[in-house]
Design a protein around this ligand. Structure first.
Ligand code: UD1
Length: 343
């Protein structure tokens, strides 16, 4: 059985579907702090299979203990559970350090107590690279001081794992550094569900086109890039979810190169904010209302992944294009609108 923490979140739910489709038994744990129980039903409808589900907070020691006591056949863990709002992490740093690091420590302590190798796949972010010195970004690029407590929790999470593994030869981990996940599952049963006003580009675009916001503000068009807007590596959520299954399967089979591995997960291609808007307008046939505003503090100019390590060692690469991702994001937004209308 695979334990998926934060399994009702955006990346967690898509990964759960891929795991179930590959025939894994899955235990989803989620405290519903930033997700909805409806997502559980969405997962079931998307793949016709049901994960086990426990609603609990992993920053409570006794809850984690009883989880491992009640489910004795956990063979692997994919740890997504975390808070992810960059701005909120600046105003509530202690909440972020607690939510994003305490559960990792408790999970590692439980795994240490079991006399089995239970690999942990850790959800990290390209944010650990900060403003990169060279592009595309390889896993060997130096890690930079985080620009927010959120970013710092990802870096510290990686370091906690590294230290724990040095001390305990039975532990193993795969660190996955995500670039910018976007889009929704083909079935349109699951997708991104931002609570409140989205801070990320793609849900803000689709919500604006749906009339929920007056306009998108493009955060700066005077950057040193070909069209002046920032460049990111946008990866379809389904491609990203599949990479988790591949990474886990390989470790479960004992095919990993070493007990601590790090992989970038992106497409390897960079797209500017204007290119994302163009793609959206093309695939949706809808004009987007937008205007140029000031730069957003903390934004890096350009970030896209060197994915050769994941290609070579995981045998994985992103298959879906920016247009396909934007199309699915738009269809998902339309579905959300229709669902709300019919309620
Ligand atoms: C952001 C976080 C990053 C986190 C990631 C998770 C910041 C500074 N970074 O990454 O730490 O890991 O989300 O998904 O918050 N943009 C606009 N207008 C908008 C929104 C975004 O122009 O209303 C631009 C941004 O300037 C950026 C691009 O769109 O160039 C992508 O932004 P976003 O989706 O927020 O992702 P990141 O900033 O890459």
């Amino acid at each position: 059985m695979i334990l998926v923490t934060g399994g009702l979140g955006y990346i967690g739910s898509h990964t759960t579907v891929e795991l179930l489709e590959e025939g894994f038994k899955v235990l989803v744990v989620d405290d519903l702090s930033n997700s909805s129980i409806e997502v559980l039903r969405g997962i079931e409808r998307a793949c016709g299979k049901k994960p086990f589900f426990e609603r609990l907070s992993l920053n409570e020691r006794m809850s984690v203990k009883s989880l491992f006591h009640n489910y004795r056949d956990i063979d692997g863990i994919i740890h997504f559970a975390a808070s992810k709002a960059v701005g909120e992490s600046v105003s509530r740093p202690l909440l972020y350090y607690d939510n994003n690091l305490t559960p990792l420590i408790y999970l590692l302590q439980e795994v240490e107590m079991l006399d089995r190798d239970i690999p942990i796949v850790f959800s990290s972010s390209c944010t650990v690279y900060g403003e990169p010195d060279t592009l595309p970004i390889t896993e060997e690029a130096p890690l930079k001081k985080a620009k927010s407590p959120y970013g710092n929790t990802k870096r510290i999470g990686e370091e906690i794992l590294a230290d724990a593994l040095r001390a305990n030869k039975k532990l193993s981990t795969v660190i996955l550094r995500y670039f910018n996940p976007i889009g929704a599952h083909d079935s349109l049963e699951i997708g991104e569900l931002p609570i409140g006003t989205p801070q990320n580009l793609v849900p803000f675009i689709t919500q604006t086109a749906m009339g929920r916001h007056e306009k998108l503000i493009v955060f700066g068009d005077d950057y040193p890039t070909p069209d002046g807007t920032c460049i990111r590596d946008y990866i379809h959520i389904v491609d990203l979810a599949k990479a988790h299954v591949t990474a886990l399967q390989r470790t479960l089979k004992g095919e990993e190169r070493n007990r601590y591995e790090v992989f970038n997960l992106g497409t390897g291609k960079g797209h500017s904010v204007y290119e994302v808007i163009d793609s959206f307008e093309r695939v949706s046939g809808t004009k987007l209302n937008y205007e140029i505003g000031p730069r957003r503090e903390g934004d890096v100019v350009e970030a896209y992944a060197d994915v050769s390590r994941a290609n070579e060692f995981l045998g994985w690469k992103a298959d879906l294009s920016l247009d396909q991702a934007m199309m699915s994001a738009w269809k998902w937004e339309e579905k959300l609108r229709n669902t709300i209308k019919h309620r």
